[in-house]
Design a binder for this molecule. Structure first.
Ligand code: CTP
Length: 131
């Protein structure tokens, strides 16, 4: 069985999120998703999420491509998570290209192209402007 792992905040779910999870799952047989905690997201993006971590975790768990979820507490623990979940492939969006090459000693590292023209930030901005 080929095991895939990927990570993200996945706040205010959109089609870019769905597509990367679908494409990640297509690379193997089992997909584990590390969902950023609220604190980790704040440290990465300097903004609060709309949905708290327990709700984002529940939403991602419900997606048909996803087999397992957990809360990602720290970027520094990526290697530990890869080992803990016995991942053969680490999938990241190409906004992170090159940033995780150090894990090529543990597993394959694949950067998938982002879906163009959509992001949580853009969606929230559109909602604000139309309010
Ligand atoms: N992603 C994607 N296509 C998009 C947006 C996100 O493939 N248009 C992928 C990212 O590359 C990442 C995962 O979805 O692997 C989770 O991304 P996340 O940062 O949660 O989503 P964004 O929409 O980029 O969030 P934000 O605007 O808050 O940065």
């Amino acid at each position: 069985m080929k095991r895939i792992i990927t990570f993200g905040t996945f706040d205010v779910l959109h089609v870019g999120h769905i597509r990367i999870l679908q494409r990640a799952k297509a690379l193997g047989d089992h997909l584990t998703v590390g969902v950023s905690t609220d604190a980790l997201n704040f440290s990465k993006k300097s903004k609060m999420t709309v949905y708290p971590e327990d709700q984002r975790l529940e939403i991602i768990r419900s997606i048909c491509w996803v087999d397992d979820v957990f809360l990602e507490h720290s970027l520094e623990l990526k290697g530990e998570y890869i080992k803990q979940f016995d991942a053969d492939v680490l999938v990241m969006g190409d906004d992170w290209v090159g940033r995780f090459d150090e894990f090529k000693t543990l597993c394959d590292v694949v950067y998938l192209p982002r879906t163009e023209g959509i992001s949580t930030t853009m969606t929230l901005e559109e909602i604000r402007q139309s309010a």
